[in-house]
Design a protein around this ligand. Structure first.
Ligand code: GLV
Ligand code: MN
Ligand code: MN
Ligand code: MN
Length: 415
């Protein structure tokens, strides 16, 4: 197999062009791109023009998952898939997801330039809504594609304006039968996603590539704490049931339970807090907060979740407030396929890059693709391990190493 012929300048300029399609009040490289907005549609249009220029055939499913295909000589054989997402959380960086979509496209183009003829078709997928920003749950595209979500599950999702998924996707121009989104189990012979690490390990060890062996199990939940509101001047401290003070104690308990747990991989984050009525001179009567909890060990994650609920219940009792909770998702971890790990390791070796095997602490669409295809992931370093921030950064050289590794991995899997 010849070395893939990358055009890293073209890829970098495409990454920057995509980053400029943003609804963030801050300028690029800080990016906000929420699913099914005008911005998302503009980004999709831009990607489609690139797919077309590369001679790929494009299929868009009923919820906007987009498949761009380079036909192999055996058109009916299960394809080799790659890809990631282009939606971006508020004030995100410009590399999360996009490196896997535009890098997946460049991997295909770099093989085309060598005159390589794949036996299996190669396909780059742009998944709809990997991020939970709009509908509260991540990976709605790949969840549905893999059958982890039924059309009914999708219809339960609503955004902040109360519009449900179906209404929003239809308004964005994605029509068609939701039950057609699920892919057959033999659609892909392999699925391999390129992504920035979103953690500090590769940079700290000065390694070019991480070959992912497993993806940690994510869970999210929402808690609503109800106390008693009142006048900030009139109600004396001994008789208060301040929902925010209760929530603060609960959030500290969550942090302690994660710190004290024996798993080194458990992480807990409270990323959203909403205070009602939210006035400077009013005692909070209701607080809603979210929990994001992850571990590579699924049962341990669940045990910590149970401990968190019981601690919250105790705190609610002694503070005289009530609470309700709702699990938004609790997904099992996924394991990479050995054949894909071997193909990626071979690619790294033949390109002369340094690498390690590692787990993914962030979740990705590959978590769900693993349910319907042998799955693997390739990580590249990002500066300081920073992600989900505007200063997220990987060098063109790091990106090039990832894309050529992906290209060679796909080439091996396609034969
Ligand atoms: C997805 O972006 C995640 O939070 O891992
Ligand atoms: Mn992300
Ligand atoms: Mn991502
Ligand atoms: Mn992610």
């Amino acid at each position: 197999m010849n070395k893939p012929q990358l055009d890293i300048d073209q890829l970098m300029s495409e990454l920057h062009e995509l980053a400029a399609i943003s609804e963030c009040p801050e300028p690029p490289p800080t990016v906000t791109r929420v699913v099914f907005t005008e911005t998302d549609l503009k980004a999709r249009k831009y990607l489609n023009s690139l797919y077309e220029a590369a001679g790929l055939s494009v299929r868009v499913d009923a919820i906007g998952n987009t498949f761009a295909r380079w036909e192999g000589s055996e058109r009916d054989a299960p394809a080799v898939g790659t890809g990631s997402h282009c939606d971006a959380i508020p004030h995100a960086g410009m590399y999360d997801g996009t490196v896997g979509v535009l890098g997946g496209l460049e991997a295909i183009r770099s093989l085309q330039r060598t005159g390589f003829q794949p036996r299996r078709s190669l396909e780059v997928v742009m998944f709809t809504s990997e991020e939970p920003t709009r509908f509260g749950v991540g990976c709605s595209g790949s969840r549905t594609m893999s059958g982890a979500y039924s059309p009914d599950d999708l219809l339960q999702l609503t955004d902040d304006s109360g519009d449900n998924y179906d209404k929003v996707r239809t308004a964005a121009g994605f029509k068609g039968d939701l039950s057609s989104v699920k892919l057959p189990e033999d659609n892909y012979s392999a699925f391999v996603e390129l992504h920035i690490e979103q953690g500090p390990e590769l940079e700290a060890k000065q390694l070019d590539i991480g070959v992912v062996t497993a993806i940690a199990a994510p869970a999210t939940a929402e808690f609503i704490i109800t106390g008693e509101g009142g006048h900030a001047g009139g109600v004396l401290m001994p008789v208060r049931h301040d929902a925010m003070c209760a929530a603060a104690e609960m959030i500290q308990a969550i942090e302690s339970l994660a710190i004290e747990n024996s798993s080194p991989d458990i992480v807990a984050t409270v990323g959203c807090v909403d205070i009602h009525p939210g006035a400077i001179n009013s005692i909070p009567s209701r607080v809603t907060f979210t929990l994001d909890l992850r571990d590579i060990d699924g049962p341990n994650r669940d045990a910590v979740l149970t401990a968190i609920e019981s601690q919250i219940s105790k705190i609610a009792q002694h503070r005289g407030v009530t609470f309700s909770s709702r699990i938004l998702n609790a997904d099992p971890p996924a394991t990479s396929d050995e054949r894909i790990v071997a193909a990626a390791s071979n690619a790294v070796k033949s390109l002369g890059h340094s690498s390690q095997k590692m787990i993914s602490r962030a979740y990705h669409d590959s978590l769900f693709m693993a349910r319907i295809a042998p799955m693997g992931m390739i990580f590249i370093p990002c500066r300081g391990g920073v992600s989900h921030r505007g200063d997220e950064f990987s060098t063109p050289e790091q990106i090039a190493a990832g894309v050529e590794t992906l290209a060679l991995t796909m080439a091996e899997l396609a034969q």
